[in-house]
Ligand binder design. Sequence first.
Ligand code: ADP
Ligand code: ZN
Ligand code: MG
Length: 482
Amino acid sequence: MEYETVIGLEVHAQLLTQSKMFCACPADYATAPPNTRVCPVCLGLPGALPVAGLSAIESTIATGLALNCQIAEQTRFDRKNYFYPDLMKGYQISQFQMPIAHGGWLDLREGNRVGIIRVHLEEDTAKLYHRSDLATGQSYSLVDVNRAGVPLMEIVSDPDLRSPEEARQYLTNLRSILQFLGVSSGNMEEGAFRCDANVSIRPVGAQEFGVKVEIKNMNSFRAVYRALGYEVDRQRNVLEAGGKIEQETRGWDDSDGRTKGQRSKEFAHDYRYFPEPDLPPIEIKHEWVDRIRTDLPELPNQRRSRLVAQYGLSDYDAGLLTNSRPVADFYEDTVSLGANPKSVANWMSGELFRLLNSSGIDISQATTSPSDLAAIIELTASGKISQQAAKSVLEQNFRDGRDPNKLVEQLGLVQVSDEAALGSVIDEVVTSNPKSVADYRAGKRKALGFLVGQVMKATRGKANPKVVNGLLRERLDGSDIS
Ligand code: ADP
Ligand code: ZN
Ligand code: MG
C-alpha cells in the first residue's frame, strides 16, 4: 500500500516589541537575570489588570497581510485555562473565536500554495529549568518568569504540506517573511520561533485524512525535518502491522532520533475558553489596516524579484539569497561596496554557505563581514590571488577575522603569473607525468586539466591557472620533448 503524508504546522513566534503583551515590563527577557523582568501583571497576582499593547497587535496585522489573510474587524482575547507550573495565572490570555487574521496563504518557492488557517496573538509562559541535585540525586524545577507575558504570535497552517521537505520549506519561507517584516527574530535555537507539527498518513487517493499525531519539542529546522520523517515511518509501520494510529501528542527526542508518546486523546485538555473579562474587545478599523498595508516593507518574494532585475541573478540564486533577511542584507551590503553582483552570489552560495553550514552558525554571527568578502573578490578580480588562494583566505578570515589583504601577505599567497618563475615547475610536472603528456598529445584534452592541477598543487595554489594553461599548451603543442 502506498501512503501519502499530510502535515499541518503550528508556529509560535515571539514578537520584537519593546514591552510585554499586557504590561510595561521589557520584552527582551533573555539576557536579564532570572525573575527581574516581572511585575504584578505578568506574575499573575490577583487583582492586577492587563492592558493590551498596540505594537504586538500591529505586528500581527502586518503578518496577516503578508500572508494574504483577512483581517478581522473585531477581535478579542480569550482565556485558555490549564494548570501548569509555567503558567502564572492558571490561564493563558490567547485568542480563540476571533483571531486577528484568518484565511490566507503562503506560496512555497517551488510553487505549492499552503493555506493559513489563522494568525492570532497570545502571551508566552514562564520558563522552567529542570535540574537535579548532584548530592542527593533529587530532581527539582526552577521557574523564571521573565518570559511570561512576552507577545507570542501563533500561525496555523492548513494540512496542505505533503512531505517533511515541504514542511521545512514552509518554515524557511515563513521565518523569512517574519524577519523581513521585522516582527520576529525567527531564531529557533533561542526559542523565538517554535513549531509544533501535526502529521498523518493516508492511502494514496483517499479522500479522508488519517488520524493525526502532534509532535512537540523540536528546536531546529533539522529537528522538525527528522521528527516528521521518523513519525511518517512509524505510522506506516503501525498501519502495515494491522494496527491503528492513536490520536496523541508525541515528544521528539533529538539525541535518540525518535518521538515518544506524551499524552493521548483521553487525557486531552479541555481548555474551557471564555472571553477575557479584563480586556475590552478591539475594533480594527479599515484605516488602521490600510496604513499598516502601506507601510509594509519589501517582502522576500519582492526582494527576490528585485535581485533578479537589479543584478541579473538567476531566480534560483536570488531565492537562496532571500532565504533569510540577514543573508539578503549581507549580499546587498557586499555588492554596494563595489563587488561584482554575480561573483558575490557565487561566493556566498558556494564557499560562505559551506563554511556557515559546517560550523553551524548563522550569517549574522559570522566573523566574515561584507567588506571582507568584497576585499577577497577584489583580490581575485585583479588577479592578485588565484581562485584557490581566495578560498583559503576566506576560510582563514572566517575563522579568525584577519584582514584579507594582510592574510594574502602573511600566507604568501600572491599569485605567480611570472612566466620565468613558473617555467621550472612546469618542466618538472611535464617530465614527471609522461602518461598525461602522451594522452594530451593523443587528443585527450582532459589531460591538460590534470597537468594544470599538478602545477597548481606544486605551487600550493599560487600559480595563475590561466598563465599555467597557456604555458603548458605552448610547451606541449610546440615541441615534442617528453
Ligand atoms: P486541533 O483541534 O487538534 O487543534 P486543528 O484542526 O485545530 O486540530 O488543527 C491543528 C493543526 O493540525 C493545523 O495545523 C492543521 O492543519 C493540522 N491538521 C489537522 N488535521 C490534520 C491531519 N489529519 N493530518 C495532519 N495535520 C492535520
Ligand atoms: Zn510585567
Ligand atoms: Mg487547534
